[in-house]
Each structure stands twice: as C-alpha cells, then as structure tokens.
Design a protein around this ligand. Sequence first.
Ligand code: DCP
Ligand code: MG
Ligand code: MG
Length: 893
Amino acid sequence: MPDSPGKDSDTREDDNVSHGGYFHNKRVKQRAQDRALQAQMPAGSTSRVLSGCTVYVNGHTDPPRLALHDLVVRHGGVFLHYLSSKGAATHIVAEHLPPRKRVEFRNCKVVSPRWLLDSVQQGRQLPWAPYSVLGGSALSAFPVTSVASAEGSTPTLAAESSNTPTVAAEHTNTPTVPSVSAPTVAAGNSITRTVASPTVPATRADAPSTRADAPAARAETFPTVASDPEAFLRSYFEHSRLHKLSEWKARLRQEFVRAHSAEPPLTAPPTRVLHIDFDCFFATVAFLHRDKRRFPSLDFARDPVAVCHGRGSSDVASCNYAARALGVRNGMWAASAQRRMPAGTTLTLLPYDFAAIEAASAAFYAVLRGCPDFRWVLPVSIDEAVCVLRGEGEDEIALAQQLRREIRERTGGCTASVGIGASLVLARLALRLAKPDGVYAAGGDPSPPDSFWEQFGVRDLPGVGGAAVAKLGGADTATLSTLRHSTTLPSLQTQLGNKLGGKVWAALHGQDDRESQRMLLDPCAVFDRKSVAVDINWGIRFATVPQVDAFLDVCAGYVANKLRECGKRAGNVTLKLHRRAAGAPVEPPKYLGMGRCDAVSQAAGLGVPSGDVGVLATELKALFRALAVPVRELRGVAVHLAKLCGDQEVGPRTPGQWLGKGRVGAGALPAPVSTTPKATTPKGSAGTSAERYRRLRVSPVKDRAAVPRPAASDPGVAAFLEALPSQLQREVRRDLAGAIGESGVGRGRLRAEMQRRAEAARAVNAHLTGSGGTLLAPVRFQGEASFKRVCRTVEAWVAATCSGNGASDGPHERDVLVFLRYVEKLCVGDRVHLALRVASLVSTALALRETSCGDTRAYAEWEHILVRRVLPVLNRNRLTFQTERKLDVEWEV
Ligand code: DCP
Ligand code: MG
Ligand code: MG
C-alpha cells in the first residue's frame, strides 16, 4: 500500500518533493546532528540512562524544550522534534495537557519533565507511571528524589537553560520552586490537582537526607461546578485570594462602622494623614513562615521571592523587592516572572499562608488602633490603613518610626512604610517614595515643590491606567511636574471626561477628589456596605441549563447569607456573565480559566427590597434567560446586589440558607424557584432569544404628564414617605418633584439614556444573530484585505527576519510601523479579536523558532516589539480590558 503524505516511511528517503519525504530527511538530519552533539560532549557528562527512549516534548515545559533536548541526547535517548505519529515516541513529555490532547494521548506514556530529571539523577530509568500527567497516578507526580543516590550524577542543565529555574546544579544552595501539577478532571465529578511541596534542592546539606523525609504530595480534589455547585463554590472561596482580600476588607470596614457609628462626621478635612502599608506583604509573611528546613539559606533581602499558587499560569500575588529589581511585578504570571530571572538566579516561589496573613494584619491594626494620636484608623485593605491625626503639632516622622518599630515587633519581622501628607493623595504619593521600609513626609504649602512631583509619572496618580494615558496623548513619559504646568482643568476634562479630569487635576494640585474627601470627613457613610457581590471567574463549565440553575441557586444562597450577616436587603440585582469571545480557544491556556471573554450583564429591580434566597434565585434565573448566553460558552458568573437598605426598613425577613447550612434546594427555599423567565418576559414567546432580550430592554414610552401627581407636602403623602426606606424616599420625592417629568428637566438625559439602551440592544442583537458583521469596512495590510492572506504574509515576514543563521537583526522599522498601524486599525474598527489573533500568530511563530533560531538579536528585537509596542496598542483600545499579564500567557514571548 502506498504511503500517504506525511506518513513516517523509510521508502521516502529520496523523495525531496513530497511532504513525507521532506520530514523524513529532516529527521535523519536532526538525528545525525544529535549524534554529532553527543560525540562532542565531555566523556564524564554523558551516560546511557535514557537509551531506548524516544522522547517528544509537548508544549512549554520547565526546564524548557532546549534543555530537555540536551539532556535526552546527553544520556543516550532519541529526541523527536515533531511527532509524526503517536507511536513514534516512547515517552511524551509535558507539564500538562489540554483536554483534547488528553484524549488524543490517552494510550501514551505522557510524563512530566521530572521523570527525565529524576531518572538521570538516579542513574536508571525510573518507572514512568508515578510521573504520569494523565491523572490517575497524578498523586505520585511529586518527585520522590533520593538525594543520597543522586550524588555523582547531577544533571547540568542550568548552564543551557539560562533564565528558567531548573535543577539547581551549579547554584546549589538556592532552593528551587514549589510545584503545582496541572489539575486533572477526574471522573467528571472533581478536579484533582497535586500540590507538591518545594522541590528538593540538589545539595545534601540543604536537602532531607532520606526518601522518607521527602515532603508528601498533598492531593486536593475540587468538585466541579456542574456536579456539586455548593462544594465547588466553597472550595473556590477557600482558594481564591481575591475573594479573601475582598472579604477581609469588607469585614474591617464593617468593624469600623460598628465602632464609630455614633461619632459625628468631621466638619473640616484633617490637615495631616498617614498612609501605612506593609511592604510586599504576602511575600514577607510567606518568607517568615516558610519551611525553614527546605529554605535554610534563603536571604529575603538578596534572593528573589514570590508568592503564588503554582507555576506557569498562576498569578504572582506578591514579590519581594529583590524580585522587583529583576523586573517581576505583583500580578504577573508566574511563568513570566521566572523568565525574567537572569542566568544563575532562581525565583523562589512560596505558597500562600492565609492564617499567618490574617494574624499579621490583626497585629498591624491592633498597633494602629492602640495609638492615642489617631482620631480614626481607616481600613483600606488587609495590609493598609489611612490614619487621621487628632490634631497638629505631633512629630509625625517620630510617630511613624515608632509605629513601624511596633508593627515589626508584633508581626515577627514584617516591615511597613509610611507616607505622610496634607491629603489622601499626597500621603499616597509619599508612600511610594517611602517604600520599601521607610517614611516620607510630603511638605510644602499649599502643595509640595516641583522636585516632589518630578519623581512621579502619570500612572502614579490614582485612577489613571492605560486607557487614561492613551487619552492624554501617550503622556506616559511625562512627569507630574510637567503635567502640572502644561494642563488646565478644562483641558483635562476635555481629554478624560468631567469626573476623571477633575480628579486628576485635583491630584496634580495635591487635593483630594470629592469621594476621598468624603472618606476623611464621614467614613461611616462611605464604609457602610453599599453592595454585596460574588464573582466566579474560574472553573465555570456547564453542559445544561439545569446545571446553571442549580449554580445560581447556590450563588443566591451565598449573597442572601451575606445580606443577612450585614443586616441588609437588596433593591437591585445584577447578573454578569462572561461568555467565550468569538475566536477564543474553547480551553484557554489557564486550566479551566476564563480565557478571552465578552461580558454581558443585566440588572433587575426587585420592587420591594429583599434578602430572600428564593426571590434572588428566581430573579437570577430570569436574568440568565434574558441574557441568552449558550450554557457551553459560559466562562464566568458574577452576581451583584445593590441599592441596599437596612433590614428593619422593610417587613419581616425570611431566613435564607447557604453553604454549609444545608444545600439550597427545592425543599430548603421559602418559595418554589421557577425556572421559567420572569413575568416581564413575554410568556410563550415565539420569537428568538435575541428578540425576547430586546423586548426586555426597550420599555414602552410612558406619558408621565397624564398621571396626576400629589404634592410631597400633603400630610398623607408625607406620612407615606416617612414609612418608606430612605433610598426609596429619595426616589419618590424626586419623582413627585417632577425631576423627570413635565418640567423637562432630565428629559433629554432620559431620552439619551433610552437611545443608548436601544443602541446597546441592537448591538447585542447583532452579536447574538451574527448579523451586522459584514457592514464593517475591510482593514487592509499592504493592500490585502483577506485576513487569512495577511496572516500568511506576517508569518513569512517573521520567518524572513529570524532566518536562523544568526545574521538577522529583526524586522525593519518601516515594516514594524506598517504592522502597528494595521493592528491599531483593527482595534479601532471593532476587530480586536483579529488584532489579538495576528499578534498571537507572531508570538507563536517566534515561540516555535525560539528553539532553533540562532538569531538571538532578532528574537530579542521581536520580543521588544511585541511587549513594548504591540501590547500597548492592544491595551489602549476601549473594547478590551486585557492586561499585560492576560495577554502574556497566550503570547509566550
Ligand atoms: N494582593 C493580591 N492581588 C492583588 C492585589 C493585592 O494578592 N491584585 C495581595 C498581595 C499583596 C497584598 O495583597 O501582598 C497587599 O497588596 P499591595 O498592593 O500592598 O502589595 P504588596 O504589599 O505586595 O507590595 P508593596 O510593597 O508595593 O505594598
Ligand atoms: Mg503593601
Ligand atoms: Mg497594600
């Protein structure tokens, strides 16, 4: 039978033209190169440990593919550069596999790179099953390295794999990172992920001496959202640091309100405030509570340390200042952080220690609350507070130093910095100068001198991000001193809008905006809970509508419970759904993450404020139907309750139930939860979901003038108003006063709002029905309108500028400008998804070339273009809310 093209066949040796022949020749050539490479290696550094193994590396690994290639060849194995058929490799090496590949490789030996490292270290081929990546035996994925037997056969990867932490053979006493293997979906009902303790360092002195001492892997099983929504949510909250941060913040503010609700607000703003914040809080706590056996020689001032859940696609929650000096930032992906390490430096990744964090925060607040000089200690977050001095005249700097000393003692070594200023914004800017571990007082009357402002960029101002910088005409490099002299209030308001323009102008003159001033004058009013929310952005995968309904029941139970805890009821409920964006991969790089999404939301007023779980659940289900997002496309669910009013202001409440207090099911709910759309949705509607959606949004025009309106001063009306909750009172009074009515005041605004809504409904309609896309004018690249052909041109361009012979300097500046203009036009022309695709295409092409490309200069140039020039264009546009780190994971530059 003749071979089909591409099939692995020796008979194709001379067939240079066909696809199969080309690859056959390539393979023969690569093997010859590998044999030559092995022959050149010093005799002591090679072995036959991996003989008989044919290894293929799938995806990004740690150590990287290049290092594994070297290792396999060095120790007698065969390295496959591409996989012609599944049988061609004896072992597939991967960190983790996406679901599709899990199915494809289900009968293969898919092992973690650790299998190779440990086999080489122990001088024999270890059984592969404990290192399997395909679940089942994931529990054993933890490296059970016997350090005693590792002696003498230490692999020497570190020299090649320059900036990725690997087997720390040379820099022996630097501990390597803790690892978290990729989670695997087990039996469809739970997600298992093995959280391994930190990797055993390669020296005897630092490492446990026996195998029995090796830390045991901790297997965590996460229930899936579809199989057990209640357990899923509980487990999600246990692991979500963002959830914990918001819970802590809410609790601190609630405590503040409880303690100070009887005090009157200030009549004049305070003259000096202190802003106190822990330095690299999570990282410091994690370091202080680290397992000292495993990290005995870690020096926090010198060695880079970061806190995150695992490697790769987990966020760096906090990193120390040694890591920041190397370019690591809070919020970055762990993999990106590791790539920033120079050769010979290892980034130590430590796990979260939530209990220790809470304890340190409690000590911090105890010190501040115990200080008699403070009128108020306003909680900003778990690690940060604004302290309002009682009067003037205290030696602020001495006080700050004293507080810092006490905090350090009471927390066992956590350092905090203090910024002092005449307003919140000045104290906050001063804090940036004080960090790390210092105090800075912003002086000057009425505002600090130019030398102070020169030290900041526009991004240091509160509320200013990428979008605002873009609106300011890319004032990224301007200092605040320049901006103070070159802008006026009207010019800022024209560029940034009234609110943000006003805020920035005030900040540039050392003053707080209205919101911050209110916080200083009447903190209880600001801290009183205004909303309750739950936001789940990981693990959301549904197959059926009843599964979603069950999950919404649980969410309703959760928020109802929160309402009860703070003694409130909600007047408004919003459901926000994240739907997989068109063109985004079904499974994003982050396992069960959201990936690229479009957000849609819909709010509903409850009529009578309620905290009833049944009412909330019914409303959420109705909103879910109104939003008409296909269940399989759902990637994130958020519920937001607003217009809160006191529990006593409306009738008796019905206790809701929540997690741990019995599952919210039909029996547990006060009223049966209907799964049909709510009454506002036309019943038995024959129209499409998009039509139903449109009908929901555009309400009929009311003839307000025709309704006789009583006067608010009528005794009966006054008594009626008195009985209403304060928020409703305001609304009714406004309505009675005709704020929106025949007087015409506010009519224009109302009409504009209705137009905006109709516009939004049309846009969503077009989105749902897929119509309207063809109305977009084509965006051309070098005269070419077909996106497919543009992609081919771009690929060819990347290939031509990284030719592999080391002679190229990367792309020509003129071509880069043309490309940037094209990306910009796509963004402006509502085709951000195409912009992302073409940018990611470049990144992928580079990643593929990374291993073989000798043009390091060209590669570096390309990396610079992608990160410094293309990414800002993508982040600047108004339609995506992508951050550098979100894109980074898909780019893999
Ligand atoms: N945090 C987080 N994720 C965020 C923001 C914060 O996990 N998006 C956590 C980790 C931080 C802690 O909150 O350690 C405090 O946040 P800070 O912004 O104060 O950051 P650090 O304390 O880490 O650093 P700095 O020294 O800049 O204050
Ligand atoms: Mg901090
Ligand atoms: Mg902070």
